[in-house]
Write a protein that binds this ligand. Structure first.
Ligand SMILES: [Zn+2]
Length: 329
């Protein structure tokens, strides 16, 4: 049987780190005393690796902190999404360390032979794969000069658990199909007319997500609905399909992740790190990374217009279509 995988791989975390970069470089850090929201606790200084299992206490602790968010996740409305249902696996030195609830097992040979950030069908279940926290933190620091905080790691676990949930219940796209869609999205990278239209769309979405009482949201969204018609003339059917898939699958995972971040880090950081105006560099960052952002912002608007949108959600309708319906009321 064809295995199913959402090839998030490292893209999710790199994109996320890249998104956080402006905040790090341009904003002054907020003193922790100002934080009133619950925050993931930092790993302990004496984070000695467990001799018997090899997995660090930090990785175990962050997994437990992710698990402890279940009651909050239950309030978000994604029915039957439970982290406990999906083993969370960390690759380390040639072995997998598989956590589920209070159980930790060592698996050899490992499923992959290096670190991964993904959700994957493994035998009769779906599994979440994340890198060891400290190793990944070093990689992100070197690659993007960003501090990959403990709460980011918890976000990553939940983001991939969200994909496991999608794969298990709704998204039947195979890994080969994802590769095909990815290749189609990649063809848009050098398309300057598409780039220009996409960025125009993001500017409208940015205005809409930050709209307060002085801005006519309906007018902005009507403008958006006319604008997106132009994509039909610029992209092939296969490209339109690829964009819709990524906005739906990754946009929703990113939306979900942003809500976890909001809960852990507070409204101020959430707005800065997820609702900041679209950075044009993200268009060129990866062929699909931009759709995490566009899909997420559209879902923020859908949530605003129709808070019940998650009832009966089957991940079968495009985000654009859901937004157009939400506009109709
Ligand atoms: Zn993802």
């Amino acid at each position: 049987m064809q295995k199913r995988i959402i090839p998030c791989l490292i893209i999710c975390a790199l994109l996320l780190a890249s998104c956080a970069q402006p905040q790090v470089s341009e904003d002054q850090p907020t003193p922790s005393s100002e934080d009133t929201e619950p925050t993931a606790s930092a790993p302990s200084a004496e984070d000695a690796a467990d001799i018997e299992t090899g997995l660090s206490e930090t990785d175990k602790e962050l997994y437990q902190q992710a698990l402890a968010l279940q009651s909050y996740v239950d309030t978000l409305g994604f029915q039957n999404l439970r982290l406990i249902d999906y083993p969370v696996t960390v690759y380390l030195d040639g072995a997998d360390y598989v956590m589920q609830g209070d159980t930790l097992t060592k698996r050899q040979p490992p499923f992959f032979d290096h670190i991964h950030t993904t959700a994957r069908e493994v035998e009769d279940h779906y599994e979440v794969f994340v890198p060891p926290y400290e190793e990944w933190r070093e990689i992100v620091k070197k690659g993007a000069n960003v501090d990959f905080t403990p709460s980011r790691h918890i976000n990553m676990i939940w983001h991939e658990a969200f994909h496991a949930y999608q794969l298990e219940n709704y998204v039947k796209t195979t890994s080969e199909q994802f590769e095909f869609h990815h290749a189609e999205a990649e063809k848009t990278l050098d398309d300057s007319a598409y780039r220009s239209l996409f960025i125009t769309e993001q500017r409208l979405l940015d205005k809409a997500v930050s709209a307060d009482g002085t801005v006519d949201l309906t007018e902005l969204l009507n403008e958006w609905a006319v604008l997106i018609e132009q994509y039909n003339d610029l992209l092939t059917d296969a490209q339109l399909e690829a964009v819709a898939l990524y906005e739906l699958v990754e946009g929703s995972a990113y939306y979900f992740e942003s809500e976890i971040h909001r809960h852990l880090e507070g409204e101020k950081k959430y707005r800065k790190e997820y609702l900041a105006p679209f950075d044009e560099n993200h268009f060129d960052h990866t062929p699909t990374g931009r759709y995490y952002i566009s899909g997420m912002k559209k879902l923020v608007l859908i949530e605003r217009l129709n808070p019940n949108w998650k009832n009966g959600l089957t991940f079968s309708e495009s985000v654009d279509s859901m937004l157009l319906k939400a506009m109709e009321g």
